[in-house]
Design a protein around this ligand. Structure first.
Ligand SMILES: Nc1nc2c(ncn2[C@@H]2O[C@H](COP(=O)(O)OP(=O)(O)O)[C@@H](O)[C@H]2O)c(=O)[nH]1
Ligand SMILES: Nc1ncnc2c1ncn2[C@@H]1O[C@H](COP(=O)(O)OP(=O)(O)O)[C@@H](O)[C@H]1O
Length: 195
C-alpha cells in the first residue's frame, strides 16, 4: 500500500521579478493541490492585489513586532519595504496538509535552503531581459517600479545555477506542464511502500 510519508516538501519559486514566478507558481499549485505560504509585506497593495491572497499586507509596526518576536525565518528589505515569511506559517501548513510552495527573491530562496536543506526544492523561473521588461510594462506597473526590478535582473539571473531546477517561461501552459511533471516526481517519491 502507498501511504504518504511524513516528509513534506517546500517548493521555492524564485528568479527575476517579472519572469512569471507568481503566475506559474499559482497555476502549478492549483494543478497539484499544493498550498501557498504567503509572505508578509509592508508595502501598500497595488491595484488588483488582495490582502491574504497576494501578501499579508501589514504595517511596519506589526512587521517589527513579528521580527522582534523572532517569527520570521527569513526577512529582507527591498526599496524601503520589508518582506518576510513566518516559520510558523510554513510549519502549520506542512502539518495540516501536504507539501507547500512560496515565491521569494533569490536571497530568500537561499535563506530557505540554508534552513530546510533537502526539504526545500528551488525552482528557478526565467525569461530574457527584454521579455521580462515588456511583461512588466504591459501589466501596468509604474515605470519606476519596473526600473527598480530590472536593476536587479542580472543579480537574480546569476542565482540560477544554485537551484535544483530551472524552467524558461515563454509559453505559459508549457511551463506549467513541465514544472507540474517535475513536482509530480517529488510527490510520488514521497509515497512510501507499506504492507
Ligand atoms: N526573500 C523574500 N522575498 C520576497 C518575499 N516576499 C516577496 N518577495 C520578493 O521580493 C520582491 C519584492 O518586490 P515587489 O515589487 O513587491 O514584488 P512583487 O510582489 O512580486 O511585485 C519580489 O522579488 C518578491 O518575489 C519574502 O517573504 N522573502
Ligand atoms: N508565459 C507567459 N507569457 C506571457 N505573459 C506572462 C507569462 N508568464 C507571466 N506572464 C505575465 O507577466 C507578468 C509578470 O508575471 P508575474 O507572475 O507577476 O511575475 P513575477 O512573480 O516573477 O514578478 C504578469 O503580467 C503575467 O501575467
Amino acid at each position: 500500500m502507498n501511504v504518504e510519508s511524513d516528509r513534506k516538501l517546500i517548493f521555492v519559486f524564485t528568479g527575476p521579478d517579472g519572469s512569471g514566478r507568481k503566475t506559474v507558481a499559482d497555476s502549478v499549485g492549483a494543478t497539484l493541490g499544493i498550498a501557498k505560504v504567503l509572505s508578509y509585506a509592508t508595502r501598500k497593495p497595488r491595484p488588483g492585489e488582495v490582502n491574504g491572497q497576494d501578501y499579508h499586507f501589514i504595517t511596519p509596526e506589526l512587521y517589527e513586532q513579528f521580527e522582534r518576536a523572532g517569527d520570521f525565518i527569513e526577512s529582507i528589505s527591498i526599496g524601503g519595504s520589508r518582506y518576510g515569511v513566518r516559520g510558523e506559517d510554513i510549519e502549520q501548513s506542512l502539518r495540516q496538509g501536504g507539501s507547500v510552495y512560496l515565491i521569494v527573491n533569490p536571497e530568500g530562496a537561499q535563506l530557505l535552503k540554508d534552513r530546510y536543506g533537502d526539504q526545500a526544492v528551488r525552482l528557478f523561473i526565467y525569461a530574457d531581459r527584454r521579455t521580462v521588461q515588456e511583461r512588466q510594462q504591459e501589466s501596468g506597473l509604474d515605470a519606476a517600479i519596473v526600473q527598480a526590478k530590472m536593476d536587479q535582473y542580472e543579480t537574480a539571473i546569476a542565482y540560477q545555477p544554485n537551484c535544483e531546477h530551472a524552467f524558461e517561461n515563454y509559453d505559459l501552459a508549457h511551463t506549467v506542464f513541465d514544472i507540474s511533471n517535475t513536482l509530480e516526481h517529488y510527490l510520488q517519491r514521497n509515497l512510501v511502500e507499506r504492507d
